[in-house]
Write a protein that binds this ligand. Structure first.
Ligand code: ATP
Ligand code: MG
Length: 264
C-alpha cells in the first residue's frame, strides 16, 4: 500500500449525552491520496470531521496530523497547521461578493481575521493584493473567475458550492476535508463536481478526504474508501473491494429497508 500517513485517527470516540456518535474509530489518510469516508446517515462522518478539525473535543482517542497530536486543538490552530474543510450546509456570506467569500478563508489563515477583512482595515490591506490574486486563481480553476464580483447569494446553487470549494482551496491546505460537497445537487451537477474534485486533486496534489453519499461518484473518483456505520469502522479498501464487501452491502441494504431510501 505504502505512503506516509498525514492523518492518523486512533480509537476515536465522541459521545453526545447518550448518543455514541463515534465509537472507537481508527483510520489513516496517506499523503497525497484522494480518500472517501462513507456510511449511512447518522453514522458519524460529520462528527469525525468536527473532531479532526477541532470543532469538538473527542471523548476518547487521538488524532495525529503531520506528526503532531492535534486532538483538542481549536479549529484555528488546526487551520494554521494546514487543514481546510467545507461544510455539509453551505456557509457563505450571502450578501458579499464571491471573491470576498474566498478571500475571507485566506485572511483567517493568515491571522487577519474576519472583521478587518470585511471592514477593509489597514492590517487587512497589507497583503490584500496577494490574497486577491490567490483567491482569483482558485476561482479560475473552478471556472468561476467571471463571477468574482457577483454577490454570492445570487449564484446558482451548484456554483455556490464551488465557491465554498474555492475558499477551502485558497488556503493551500495540506489536508482538505469535503463534507458532502454535492448535497442538494442534481446527478449532472454531482458528476461534474466529482470530475472537478478529481482534476484539482491531480493538479494541486492536496490530500483529500471526501464525505459523499453518491456512490457512483465516490467510487468513481476515490482511490480508497473508509466505511463507518453507527459510529464504528466497518471496512476500508479500494472501491471494488468495498462494493463487494458483504458487511457494507448489509449496512446499506438494512438502511434501505428501514427508511425507504436507496443509499447506493
Ligand atoms: N452536536 C451534536 N449534538 C448531539 N448529537 C449529535 C451532534 N452531532 C451529531 N450528533 C449525533 O451523532 C450521530 C452522528 O451524526 P453525524 O452528523 O456525525 O452523522 P453523519 O454520518 O454525518 O450523517 P449524515 O450522512 O446524515 O450527514 C447522529 O446520531 C447525530 O444525531
Ligand atoms: Mg454529515
Amino acid at each position: 500500500m505504502g505512503g506516509t500517513a498525514i492523518l492518523t485517527v486512533s480509537d476515536l470516540s465522541k459521545r453526545f449525552g447518550g448518543v455514541r456518535a463515534l465509537d472507537g474509530v481508527s483510520f489513516e489518510i496517506r499523503e497525497g491520496e484522494l480518500a472517501g469516508l462513507i456510511g449511512p446517515n447518522g453514522s458519524g462522518k460529520t462528527t469525525a470531521f468536527n473532531l479532526i478539525t477541532g470543532v469538538f473535543k473527542p471523548t476518547a482517542g487521538t488524532i495525529t496530523f503531520r506528526g503532531t497530536r492535534v486532538d483538542g486543538n481549536p479549529p484555528d490552530r488546526n487551520a494554521a497547521l494546514g487543514m481546510s474543510r467545507t461544510f455539509q450546509n453551505i456557509r457563505l456570506f450571502r450578501d458579499l461578493p464571491v471573491i470576498d467569500n474566498v478571500m475571507v478563508g485566506l485572511h483567517m489563515r493568515h491571522g487577519t481575521g474576519f472583521w478587518p477583512t470585511v471592514l477593509r482595515l489597514p492590517v487587512a490591506r497589507r497583503s490584500e493584493a496577494e490574497i486577491r490574486r490567490r483567491a482569483l486563481e482558485k476561482l479560475e480553476m473552478l471556472g468561476l473567475a467571471a463571477r468574482a464580483e457577483q454577490i454570492v447569494g445570487s449564484l446558482p446553487y451548484g456554483d455556490q458550492r464551488k465557491v465554498e470549494f474555492a475558499r477551502a482551496l485558497a488556503t493551500e491546505p495540506s489536508l482538505l476535508l469535503l463534507d458532502e460537497p454535492t448535497a442538494g445537487m442534481n446527478p449532472q451537477e454531482t458528476a461534474d463536481l466529482g470530475r472537478t474534485i478529481q482534476r484539482l486533486h491531480r493538479e494541486l496534489k492536496i490530500t483529500t478526504l471526501l464525505v459523499e453519499h453518491d456512490m457512483k461518484m465516490v467510487m468513481g473518483i476515490c482511490e480508497r474508501l473508509i466505511v463507518v456505520n453507527q459510529g464504528r469502522m466497518l471496512a476500508s479498501g479500494a472501491p471494488a473491494e468495498i462494493k463487494a464487501d458483504p458487511s457494507v452491502i448489509e449496512a446499506y441494504l438494512g438502511r434501505r429497508r428501514k427508511d425507504g431510501h436507496a443509499a447506493a
